[in-house]
Write a protein that binds this ligand. Structure first.
Ligand code: SF4
Ligand code: MG
Length: 325
């Protein structure tokens, strides 16, 4: 399998403004030293509760916010050191689809202007061929040709997301980051959009980094799943392995809260105590120790490394192999 994107020790710290007089060096450690890779053509999902750093990771990869530290290698090249011009070129390869396409689609532009602008910025299609290409794009995402002369507000939420997808496709991307891309939609519409994304992935050999808090969506779309907690990666595995045999106590708690297709596989519900601690001053050792039902003394002292416990199944827990299934 080819690695298309490699994230190496990525950190994203945001300075805390209101505390600055008293604590000039207070930071929100939104993403704190994470590493993972994306294989060409796969869908890797990042899951975790809000504030775990999953969206921040996506934004840092795209340099929508400039990361604090680390490397992001796209096809072997560190994109964090690219100058503006080269970065702009690369934006054609790396696209993003957000939760609310309405917010990212200009309300005063008709669909044809939206698509035309995307193509013009990346200079992907000659002017004379753009109309034809727009109709082709609408076809890929299941919208009729008349859509070209309409404005975003004239469409339903699901249709707007199709426009967002068409705009991303317009520049021939290789990797698309989907940040809560279906979270605002009704469940039946969600399924349609997920199936569309899967179809397009096959058709255009796309790689997806799929950010979502919704585990049923993640189960539907992913090849592999990565779980984050308080700015750290706690577990990475292939989807089936993750859902059937999670190893990290936090993942077990997350998964125990969703309905399973086969009730004989239903695990006991794990209820976590307390709230997620502040990312400004996160707990030392294992970041999960303040809420973990299995924490031992070592967990407060030492940060558990992410280690491969079974084939391609990585977990960051000192005692994962001794925990009850
Ligand atoms: Fe729980 Fe310790 Fe494992 Fe962290 S390292 S998940 S605190 S048992
Ligand atoms: Mg988010």
């Amino acid at each position: 399998k080819n690695i298309i994107l490699q994230v190496d020790r990525l950190k994203q710290y945001f300075p805390v403004k209101k505390d600055s007089i008293f604590k000039p060096k207070a930071y929100v450690k939104a993403v704190d030293d994470i590493s993972f890779e994306l294989f060409e053509g796969e869908t890797l999902s990042i899951v975790g509760e809000s504030g775990c750093g999953k969206s921040t990771t996506g934004r840092a990869i795209l340099r929508l916010d400039e990361p604090t530290d680390g490397k992001v290698l796209y096809m072997g090249k560190n994109i964090l050191t690219l100058n503006k011009k080269d970065m702009r070129k690369l934006r054609g390869d790396l696209q993003v689809i957000f939760q609310d396409p309405f917010a990212s689609l200009n309300p005063r532009q008709m669909v044809k202007q939206i698509l035309n602008e995307a193509m013009a910025i990346q200079n992907v299609v000659e002017k004379s061929r753009r109309k034809e290409r727009m109709l082709e794009l609408l076809g890929y995402v299941g919208l009729p040709p008349e859509a070209l002369d309409r404005y975003p507000h004239e469409f339903s939420g699901g249709q707007r997301q199709r426009i967002g997808i068409a705009r991303a496709l317009a520049v021939n991307p290789k990797l698309i980051i989907c940040d809560e891309a279906v979270s605002a939609l009704d469940v039946s519409i969600q399924a349609q959009i997920l199936n569309l994304l899967k179809k397009l992935q096959k058709q255009f050999k796309l790689t997806f980094l799929f950010i979502s808090h919704d585990l049923s969506v993640v189960r539907h779309i992913s090849d592999r799943v990565m779980v984050m907690y308080l700015g750290k990666v706690v577990e990475i595995a292939e989807k089936k392995e993750m859902f059937d045999s999670p190893l990290h106590p936090y993942t077990k708690a997350l998964l125990s809260s969703i309905p399973v297709p086969d009730p004989t596989l239903k695990r006991d519900r794990v209820i976590l105590k307390g709230d997620v601690p502040s990312p400004i001053d996160p707990p030392g050792g294992c970041r999960f120790h303040t809420r973990c039902p299995f924490a031992v003394e070592k967990c407060k002292q030492e940060e558990p490394p992410l280690r491969e416990l079974v084939n391609n199944h990585f977990v960051s827990c000192h005692i994962a192999e001794t925990l009850p299934v």
